[in-house]
Design a protein around this ligand. Structure first.
Ligand code: NAP
Length: 295
Protein backbone atom coordinates (compact mmCIF):
# COMPACT_ATOMS: atom_id res chain seq x y z
CA UNK A 1 0.00 0.00 0.00
CA UNK A 2 1.38 3.42 -0.95
CA UNK A 3 2.49 5.61 1.95
CA UNK A 4 0.45 8.63 0.81
CA UNK A 5 -2.90 6.87 0.60
CA UNK A 6 -4.58 9.53 2.76
CA UNK A 7 -3.41 12.25 0.34
CA UNK A 8 -4.35 10.24 -2.71
CA UNK A 9 -7.67 8.73 -1.57
CA UNK A 10 -8.52 10.85 1.49
CA UNK A 11 -12.17 11.35 0.49
CA UNK A 12 -12.66 7.59 0.03
CA UNK A 13 -10.87 6.27 3.08
CA UNK A 14 -12.88 5.15 6.08
CA UNK A 15 -10.44 6.24 8.75
CA UNK A 16 -10.78 3.60 11.46
CA UNK A 17 -8.16 5.23 13.65
CA UNK A 18 -10.05 8.51 13.76
CA UNK A 19 -13.48 6.96 14.21
CA UNK A 20 -12.18 4.60 16.93
CA UNK A 21 -10.58 7.54 18.77
CA UNK A 22 -13.88 9.46 18.70
CA UNK A 23 -15.76 6.37 19.84
CA UNK A 24 -13.34 5.78 22.72
CA UNK A 25 -13.61 9.41 23.79
CA UNK A 26 -17.39 8.91 24.06
CA UNK A 27 -16.86 5.77 26.17
CA UNK A 28 -14.35 7.64 28.37
CA UNK A 29 -16.95 10.35 29.03
CA UNK A 30 -19.50 7.72 30.07
CA UNK A 31 -16.96 5.94 32.29
CA UNK A 32 -15.92 9.22 33.95
CA UNK A 33 -19.52 9.71 35.08
CA UNK A 34 -19.68 6.25 36.71
CA UNK A 35 -19.08 5.81 40.40
CA UNK A 36 -17.59 2.33 40.03
CA UNK A 37 -15.31 1.99 37.02
CA UNK A 38 -15.88 -1.07 34.80
CA UNK A 39 -13.20 -3.71 34.99
CA UNK A 40 -12.03 -6.24 32.43
CA UNK A 41 -10.12 -9.43 33.28
CA UNK A 42 -7.88 -10.64 30.46
CA UNK A 43 -6.38 -14.12 30.56
CA UNK A 44 -3.48 -15.07 28.33
CA UNK A 45 -2.02 -18.56 28.24
CA UNK A 46 1.47 -18.98 26.79
CA UNK A 47 3.81 -16.73 24.86
CA UNK A 48 2.30 -16.34 21.37
CA UNK A 49 3.77 -13.00 20.14
CA UNK A 50 0.63 -11.85 18.28
CA UNK A 51 -1.53 -12.60 21.35
CA UNK A 52 0.90 -10.62 23.54
CA UNK A 53 0.41 -7.59 21.26
CA UNK A 54 -3.40 -7.95 21.28
CA UNK A 55 -3.45 -8.22 25.08
CA UNK A 56 -1.21 -5.19 25.48
CA UNK A 57 -3.51 -3.19 23.19
CA UNK A 58 -6.54 -4.25 25.23
CA UNK A 59 -4.83 -3.13 28.45
CA UNK A 60 -3.96 0.21 26.82
CA UNK A 61 -7.53 0.59 25.58
CA UNK A 62 -8.89 0.10 29.11
CA UNK A 63 -6.46 2.66 30.53
CA UNK A 64 -7.38 5.14 27.79
CA UNK A 65 -11.08 5.12 28.72
CA UNK A 66 -10.56 4.94 32.50
CA UNK A 67 -11.46 1.26 32.99
CA UNK A 68 -9.55 -1.17 35.16
CA UNK A 69 -7.84 -4.12 33.47
CA UNK A 70 -6.65 -7.19 35.33
CA UNK A 71 -4.13 -9.29 33.44
CA UNK A 72 -3.69 -12.98 34.21
CA UNK A 73 -0.61 -14.48 32.55
CA UNK A 74 -0.62 -18.26 32.68
CA UNK A 75 2.19 -20.57 31.54
CA UNK A 76 1.94 -22.48 28.26
CA UNK A 77 1.44 -25.83 30.00
CA UNK A 78 -1.61 -24.63 32.04
CA UNK A 79 -4.26 -27.36 32.20
CA UNK A 80 -7.92 -26.98 31.30
CA UNK A 81 -8.85 -27.57 34.92
CA UNK A 82 -6.57 -24.74 36.12
CA UNK A 83 -7.94 -22.34 33.52
CA UNK A 84 -11.56 -23.25 34.28
CA UNK A 85 -10.87 -22.72 38.01
CA UNK A 86 -9.59 -19.19 37.32
CA UNK A 87 -12.62 -18.41 35.14
CA UNK A 88 -14.94 -19.70 37.86
CA UNK A 89 -13.19 -17.44 40.38
CA UNK A 90 -13.57 -14.41 38.05
CA UNK A 91 -17.22 -15.27 37.36
CA UNK A 92 -17.87 -15.07 41.09
CA UNK A 93 -15.84 -11.88 41.63
CA UNK A 94 -18.29 -8.99 41.82
CA UNK A 95 -15.52 -6.48 40.97
CA UNK A 96 -15.04 -8.07 37.52
CA UNK A 97 -17.44 -7.01 34.74
CA UNK A 98 -15.90 -8.67 31.71
CA UNK A 99 -13.76 -11.77 31.17
CA UNK A 100 -11.74 -12.32 28.03
CA UNK A 101 -9.62 -15.37 27.31
CA UNK A 102 -7.17 -14.53 24.53
CA UNK A 103 -7.45 -17.09 21.73
CA UNK A 104 -5.96 -19.19 20.31
CA UNK A 105 -4.83 -21.23 23.31
CA UNK A 106 -1.46 -22.97 22.86
CA UNK A 107 -1.71 -26.17 20.82
CA UNK A 108 -0.22 -29.43 22.09
CA UNK A 109 2.45 -29.06 19.38
CA UNK A 110 3.49 -25.74 20.96
CA UNK A 111 3.70 -27.24 24.44
CA UNK A 112 0.10 -26.60 25.45
CA UNK A 113 -1.94 -29.16 27.39
CA UNK A 114 -4.69 -29.42 24.74
CA UNK A 115 -7.31 -27.17 26.38
CA UNK A 116 -10.72 -27.36 24.71
CA UNK A 117 -11.54 -23.80 23.59
CA UNK A 118 -15.25 -24.60 23.45
CA UNK A 119 -15.23 -25.58 27.13
CA UNK A 120 -13.40 -22.36 28.00
CA UNK A 121 -15.86 -20.17 26.08
CA UNK A 122 -18.79 -21.96 27.72
CA UNK A 123 -17.26 -21.45 31.19
CA UNK A 124 -17.37 -17.63 31.07
CA UNK A 125 -20.60 -16.45 32.62
CA UNK A 126 -22.93 -15.07 29.86
CA UNK A 127 -23.17 -11.60 31.41
CA UNK A 128 -19.33 -11.28 31.54
CA UNK A 129 -18.82 -12.68 28.02
CA UNK A 130 -17.51 -9.44 26.47
CA UNK A 131 -16.34 -11.26 23.32
CA UNK A 132 -19.97 -12.41 22.79
CA UNK A 133 -18.72 -15.91 21.97
CA UNK A 134 -21.08 -17.91 24.19
CA UNK A 135 -24.00 -19.71 22.56
CA UNK A 136 -26.52 -17.55 24.50
CA UNK A 137 -24.96 -14.36 23.21
CA UNK A 138 -24.63 -15.71 19.68
CA UNK A 139 -28.35 -16.54 19.88
CA UNK A 140 -29.14 -12.95 20.86
CA UNK A 141 -27.11 -11.71 17.87
CA UNK A 142 -29.30 -13.93 15.68
CA UNK A 143 -32.47 -12.58 17.32
CA UNK A 144 -31.29 -9.00 16.94
CA UNK A 145 -31.60 -8.15 20.64
CA UNK A 146 -27.96 -8.63 21.73
CA UNK A 147 -26.61 -6.42 24.50
CA UNK A 148 -23.06 -7.75 24.16
CA UNK A 149 -22.05 -7.40 20.53
CA UNK A 150 -19.56 -9.38 18.43
CA UNK A 151 -16.59 -6.97 18.56
CA UNK A 152 -15.20 -7.00 15.02
CA UNK A 153 -18.54 -7.07 13.14
CA UNK A 154 -20.01 -4.45 15.49
CA UNK A 155 -16.93 -2.29 14.83
CA UNK A 156 -17.57 -2.60 11.09
CA UNK A 157 -21.17 -1.46 11.64
CA UNK A 158 -19.95 1.65 13.48
CA UNK A 159 -17.53 2.42 10.64
CA UNK A 160 -20.32 2.10 8.06
CA UNK A 161 -22.76 4.16 10.10
CA UNK A 162 -20.31 6.96 10.85
CA UNK A 163 -19.23 7.09 7.22
CA UNK A 164 -22.81 7.61 6.10
CA UNK A 165 -23.10 4.26 4.28
CA UNK A 166 -26.72 3.20 3.78
CA UNK A 167 -27.28 -0.54 4.18
CA UNK A 168 -31.02 -0.89 3.67
CA UNK A 169 -31.78 -2.60 0.36
CA UNK A 170 -28.10 -2.86 -0.57
CA UNK A 171 -26.49 -6.06 -1.81
CA UNK A 172 -23.93 -7.02 0.80
CA UNK A 173 -21.31 -9.72 0.28
CA UNK A 174 -19.57 -11.09 3.37
CA UNK A 175 -16.55 -13.19 2.42
CA UNK A 176 -15.79 -15.65 5.23
CA UNK A 177 -18.15 -17.59 7.50
CA UNK A 178 -16.25 -17.85 10.79
CA UNK A 179 -18.15 -17.75 14.06
CA UNK A 180 -16.32 -14.63 15.21
CA UNK A 181 -16.46 -12.52 12.05
CA UNK A 182 -18.30 -13.76 8.95
CA UNK A 183 -21.50 -15.21 10.43
CA UNK A 184 -22.26 -12.44 12.95
CA UNK A 185 -21.27 -9.83 10.33
CA UNK A 186 -23.90 -11.21 7.96
CA UNK A 187 -26.48 -11.14 10.73
CA UNK A 188 -25.78 -7.50 11.73
CA UNK A 189 -26.04 -6.40 8.08
CA UNK A 190 -29.28 -8.37 7.72
CA UNK A 191 -30.74 -6.61 10.78
CA UNK A 192 -30.08 -3.33 8.92
CA UNK A 193 -32.08 -4.69 5.96
CA UNK A 194 -29.20 -5.42 3.61
CA UNK A 195 -29.59 -8.29 1.13
CA UNK A 196 -26.86 -10.65 2.22
CA UNK A 197 -24.67 -13.20 0.46
CA UNK A 198 -22.05 -15.12 2.45
CA UNK A 199 -19.12 -16.53 0.47
CA UNK A 200 -16.57 -19.06 1.71
CA UNK A 201 -13.87 -21.38 0.43
CA UNK A 202 -16.39 -23.59 -1.42
CA UNK A 203 -18.20 -20.70 -3.11
CA UNK A 204 -18.08 -20.75 -6.90
CA UNK A 205 -16.98 -17.71 -8.88
CA UNK A 206 -16.10 -15.28 -6.11
CA UNK A 207 -15.30 -12.48 -8.63
CA UNK A 208 -18.88 -12.65 -9.99
CA UNK A 209 -20.33 -12.53 -6.46
CA UNK A 210 -18.12 -9.53 -5.67
CA UNK A 211 -19.13 -7.65 -8.82
CA UNK A 212 -22.79 -7.79 -7.78
CA UNK A 213 -22.17 -6.32 -4.34
CA UNK A 214 -22.71 -2.72 -3.20
CA UNK A 215 -20.93 -3.48 0.07
CA UNK A 216 -18.12 -6.06 0.33
CA UNK A 217 -16.79 -7.19 3.71
CA UNK A 218 -13.71 -9.39 3.33
CA UNK A 219 -12.87 -11.57 6.35
CA UNK A 220 -10.80 -14.37 4.87
CA UNK A 221 -7.17 -14.21 5.94
CA UNK A 222 -5.68 -14.29 2.41
CA UNK A 223 -3.40 -11.38 1.48
CA UNK A 224 -4.80 -9.23 -1.34
CA UNK A 225 -7.37 -11.83 -2.48
CA UNK A 226 -9.81 -9.13 -3.60
CA UNK A 227 -8.61 -7.07 -6.55
CA UNK A 228 -9.96 -4.01 -8.35
CA UNK A 229 -11.35 -5.97 -11.32
CA UNK A 230 -13.66 -7.83 -8.89
CA UNK A 231 -15.29 -4.69 -7.50
CA UNK A 232 -18.37 -2.92 -8.85
CA UNK A 233 -17.55 0.77 -9.44
CA UNK A 234 -18.70 2.79 -6.43
CA UNK A 235 -18.94 -0.18 -4.04
CA UNK A 236 -17.98 0.16 -0.36
CA UNK A 237 -15.16 -2.20 0.59
CA UNK A 238 -14.42 -3.19 4.19
CA UNK A 239 -11.23 -5.14 4.80
CA UNK A 240 -11.20 -7.19 8.00
CA UNK A 241 -8.18 -9.30 7.01
CA UNK A 242 -4.87 -9.04 8.81
CA UNK A 243 -2.12 -10.75 6.87
CA UNK A 244 1.55 -10.34 6.03
CA UNK A 245 2.51 -9.68 2.42
CA UNK A 246 5.55 -11.13 0.65
CA UNK A 247 7.75 -8.51 2.39
CA UNK A 248 6.35 -9.24 5.84
CA UNK A 249 4.30 -6.02 5.84
CA UNK A 250 0.83 -6.01 7.41
CA UNK A 251 -1.86 -6.10 4.72
CA UNK A 252 -5.53 -6.96 4.35
CA UNK A 253 -7.55 -9.34 2.20
CA UNK A 254 -8.10 -6.48 -0.23
CA UNK A 255 -5.50 -5.28 -2.73
CA UNK A 256 -5.82 -1.63 -1.71
CA UNK A 257 -3.89 -0.20 -4.67
CA UNK A 258 -6.17 -1.72 -7.31
CA UNK A 259 -9.46 -1.51 -5.33
CA UNK A 260 -9.23 2.09 -4.02
CA UNK A 261 -9.60 3.70 -7.48
CA UNK A 262 -12.80 1.68 -8.14
CA UNK A 263 -14.49 1.78 -4.70
CA UNK A 264 -16.43 4.75 -3.32
CA UNK A 265 -15.21 4.02 0.22
CA UNK A 266 -12.57 1.66 1.56
CA UNK A 267 -10.92 0.77 4.87
CA UNK A 268 -7.11 0.62 4.90
CA UNK A 269 -5.03 -2.02 6.69
CA UNK A 270 -3.68 -1.02 9.12
CA UNK A 271 -5.90 1.79 10.37
CA UNK A 272 -9.32 0.47 9.34
CA UNK A 273 -11.27 -2.24 11.13
CA UNK A 274 -8.54 -3.18 13.64
CA UNK A 275 -8.78 -0.08 15.88
CA UNK A 276 -12.58 -0.48 16.14
CA UNK A 277 -12.44 -4.06 17.42
CA UNK A 278 -10.92 -3.07 20.76
CA UNK A 279 -13.25 -0.08 21.00
CA UNK A 280 -16.21 -2.48 20.80
CA UNK A 281 -14.66 -4.67 23.49
CA UNK A 282 -14.54 -1.58 25.72
CA UNK A 283 -18.17 -0.80 24.81
CA UNK A 284 -19.16 -4.36 25.80
CA UNK A 285 -17.30 -4.07 29.10
CA UNK A 286 -19.16 -0.85 29.86
CA UNK A 287 -22.47 -2.48 28.89
CA UNK A 288 -21.71 -5.53 31.06
CA UNK A 289 -20.94 -3.27 34.04
CA UNK A 290 -24.21 -1.37 33.55
CA UNK A 291 -26.28 -4.55 33.18
CA UNK A 292 -24.75 -6.06 36.32
CA UNK A 293 -25.28 -2.82 38.17
CA UNK A 294 -29.01 -3.07 37.45
CA UNK A 295 -29.37 -6.45 39.15
P1 NAP B 1 -11.12 -17.97 9.73
O1 NAP B 1 -11.79 -18.52 10.92
O2 NAP B 1 -9.88 -18.61 9.21
O3 NAP B 1 -12.19 -17.91 8.53
C1 NAP B 1 -11.81 -17.59 7.24
C2 NAP B 1 -13.00 -17.74 6.32
O4 NAP B 1 -12.59 -17.42 5.00
C3 NAP B 1 -13.58 -19.15 6.26
O5 NAP B 1 -14.98 -19.09 6.35
C4 NAP B 1 -13.12 -19.69 4.91
O6 NAP B 1 -14.04 -20.57 4.31
C5 NAP B 1 -13.05 -18.42 4.10
N1 NAP B 1 -12.12 -18.56 2.97
C6 NAP B 1 -10.89 -19.08 2.98
N2 NAP B 1 -10.36 -19.02 1.75
C7 NAP B 1 -11.28 -18.45 0.95
C8 NAP B 1 -11.33 -18.12 -0.42
N3 NAP B 1 -10.30 -18.35 -1.22
N4 NAP B 1 -12.45 -17.56 -0.91
C9 NAP B 1 -13.51 -17.30 -0.11
N5 NAP B 1 -13.52 -17.58 1.22
C10 NAP B 1 -12.42 -18.15 1.73
O7 NAP B 1 -10.74 -16.44 9.93
P2 NAP B 1 -11.42 -15.27 10.83
O8 NAP B 1 -11.12 -15.49 12.26
O9 NAP B 1 -12.82 -15.05 10.39
O10 NAP B 1 -10.54 -14.03 10.34
C11 NAP B 1 -10.50 -13.62 8.99
C12 NAP B 1 -9.44 -12.55 8.82
O11 NAP B 1 -9.79 -11.44 9.61
C13 NAP B 1 -8.04 -12.96 9.29
O12 NAP B 1 -7.08 -12.31 8.46
C14 NAP B 1 -7.95 -12.40 10.69
O13 NAP B 1 -6.62 -12.12 11.09
C15 NAP B 1 -8.74 -11.12 10.52
N6 NAP B 1 -9.35 -10.61 11.77
C16 NAP B 1 -9.18 -9.30 12.01
C17 NAP B 1 -9.74 -8.73 13.12
C18 NAP B 1 -9.55 -7.27 13.37
O14 NAP B 1 -9.81 -6.81 14.46
N7 NAP B 1 -9.15 -6.51 12.36
C19 NAP B 1 -10.51 -9.53 14.00
C20 NAP B 1 -10.71 -10.87 13.71
C21 NAP B 1 -10.11 -11.41 12.56
P3 NAP B 1 -14.40 -22.03 4.92
O15 NAP B 1 -15.34 -21.76 6.07
O16 NAP B 1 -15.06 -22.71 3.79
O17 NAP B 1 -13.11 -22.63 5.35
Amino acid sequence: MAENIYEKYGNKIIDGKRIAAEYRAEIATEVAAMERKPSLAVIIVGEDPASQVYVRNKERGCAEVGMTSLLYRLPTETTEEELLRLIEHLNADSDVDGILVQLPLPSVRDGGSGIDEGAVIAAVSPEKDVDAFRAENVGHIMLGDAQLLPCTPAGVMVLLERSGVEIEGKRCLVIGRSNIVGKPMAMLLLHKSGTITVAHSRSRDLPALCREADIVVAAVGRAKLITGDMIKPGAVVIDVGMNRDENGKLCGDVDFDSVAPVASKITPVPGGVGPMTISMLLRNTLTAARLRGKK
